[in-house]
Design a protein around this ligand. Structure first.
Ligand code: ADP
Ligand code: MG
Length: 255
């Protein structure tokens, strides 16, 4: 494919924690405007991969390129500013702030680093930047939380908190969104709401790296899939190729 079409390029990526090889030499590319799934058993390195891409961890070795620009070694807020944002497998929220404020924090993360500074800065954002509020409201609408905008985040259902996390990541206007198990622990009705949001993101042409253990979601939405096993790329391909790959079925899908 044309180099200009590549949103993410990961090359020889490694992350060791002492003797644990969480990611052990992984290479793949993600085309712009596609959804790339990363699947694999528990402990295979999926969240570590997201942490490496988003700058939470620094690689032991290897490269991450976002639109051709080096990502590794940069702090998370800078990577967010470069256009790559994420959600967390374990929900991260300010439980006593409103839903709107939680999303505004995401907005503000474009400009500053540090959670505490972000919280302190919220008041001035609210006062000065009505346009941020308007944009956050549009994003809350996209995830179906606009009616909850002024409620305390902690009052949301579990699945709604997950939707709020996606909204916060979207507030930074990413070109690449990293979703680490966005539907984990959600009820079937909530999973459906989350799936609807993923559908909208796909239709909007966003580039997404999707970590998900609901295989039907992976198979429906992903254009391409990387399968990890013990930090190594076990297989790569379209959903169809992956679902009939013997190594994958043996190591993962069959089990
Ligand atoms: P997955 O998301 O696929 O379940 P993880 O990326 O969370 O897997 O973990 C991969 C491996 O790396 C596991 O063995 C895990 O215990 C280890 N690991 C992840 N993060 C750390 C860390 N901060 N310190 C030590 N070991 C870690
Ligand atoms: Mg994980």
């Amino acid at each position: 494919a044309d180099m200009g079409e590549i949103a993410i390029r990961i090359e020889g990526l490694k992350k060791y924690f002492g003797g644990v090889k969480a990611i052990d030499g992984v290479t793949f590319t993600v085309q712009r405007g596609t959804i790339h799934g990363v699947i694999g058993p528990n402990g295979s390195g999926k969240s570590t991969m997201v942490n490496l891409l988003s700058g939470v961890y620094t690689p032991s070795e290897g490269q991450v390129l976002l639109n051709g620009n080096t990502v590794q070694g940069k702090p998370t807020f800078r990577i967010a500013k470069m256009g790559m944002t994420r959600t967390f497998q374990n929900i991260q929220l300010f439980s006593d702030l409103t839903v709107m404020e939680n999303v505004l924090v995401g907005f503000h993360r474009q400009f500053r680093s540090g959670m505490f500074r972000q919280m302190l800065a919220l008041r001035s954002v609210k006062r000065e930047e009505q346009q941020f509020v308007d944009q956050c409201f549009r994003i809350l609408k996209l995830v179906g939380l606009e009616q909850r905008a002024y409620e305390i985040a902690d009052s949301l259902s579990y699945g709604e908190k997950r939707l709020m996390e996606i909204a916060r990541a979207l507030a930074m206007k990413p070109s690449v969104l990293l979703l680490d198990e966005p539907a984990a622990g959600a009820s079937p009705v909530e999973v459906e709401r989350i799936v609807n949001v993923i559908r909208k993101l796909r239709d909007a042409g966003l580039t997404v790296i999707l970590i998900e253990h609901h295989m039907e979601i992976v198979m429906e939405f992903c254009d391409s899939i990387t399968v990890l096993d013990f930090g190594i790329k076990l297989a790569e391909g379209t959903p169809e190729q992956i679902s009939r790959n013997e190594k994958v079925v043996e190591a993962y899908l069959g089990g």
